[in-house]
Unconditional design. Structure first.
Length: 211
């Protein structure tokens, strides 16, 4: 099974993480949703090696990188399950890729994002689609999402589950998976290996500021 999974990850098609990691269609679509931020505050949730932290800096953000097991020297050591360590209405952008499927309480994370977000801020989140058509094809072989995905995954989202958590978010995906792709908003639950969630929060009155 492990050899098969490693082979699938090396195929020249884009179906999630695999060997592409930083250059999947899902990540490219997600990053295209990040606007320029002139000294605005961004949070890279689950930063790991800091790759996306550095990319966000190129867009002009002051970035706070969070991870419970970071490989990035500037990261803040923090367990996301305990919430986000920022005051109310203090963040302009939350960037969170391939993290919420590792959480026991993803609904709490979405509540925390809403709490810390400044009026007019934006949240960009990606996560695997565990009800993508491919999983239904290989299920008779015993290749379930639980076996094919990261063993630390605690959530296996369908489009219905994502809509419950991500109220107010636009949900994108992509199709097809080789040579080129199109960003899609229809049939995402069936066609796309990845959910891309984007929300612009309403503008309102005063907000707090981080030092």
């Amino acid at each position: 099974m492990e050899k098969i999974i490693q082979f699938l990850k090396k195929l020249p098609i884009d179906v999630g993480q695999g060997e592409k990691k930083y250059d999947t269609a899902g990540k490219r679509i997600a990053f295209s949703a990040v606007e320029e931020g002139t000294d605005n505050i961004a949070v890279d949730v689950g930063c790991r090696d800091g790759y996306w932290t550095e990319r966000l800096k190129t867009r002009g953000y002051r970035v706070y990188a969070l991870d419970s097991k970071p490989d990035y020297p500037e990261a803040i050591l923090h367990d996301i399950e305990q919430g986000l360590p920022f005051p109310d209405r203090s963040v302009d952008l939350v960037w969170c890729t391939e993290v919420i499927e590792h959480l026991y309480r993803p609904h709490f994370f979405f509540q925390e994002v809403e709490r810390v977000m400044k009026p007019g801020g934006r949240s960009v989140i990606t996560t695997p689609n565990s009800h993508w058509w491919f999983y239904w094809v290989v299920r008779p072989l015993g290749w379930t999402p639980q076996k094919l995905q990261n063993p630390d995954h605690k959530q296996f989202f369908s489009i219905q589950a994502i809509r419950k958590f991500a109220e107010g978010y636009d949900i994108f995906g992509y199709f097809p998976y080789a040579l080129f792709f199109f960003c899609i908003t229809r049939a995402v639950g069936a066609l796309s290996p990845t959910f891309i969630l984007v929300r612009r929060f309403p503008r309102a009155s005063k907000s707090a500021n981080l030092p």
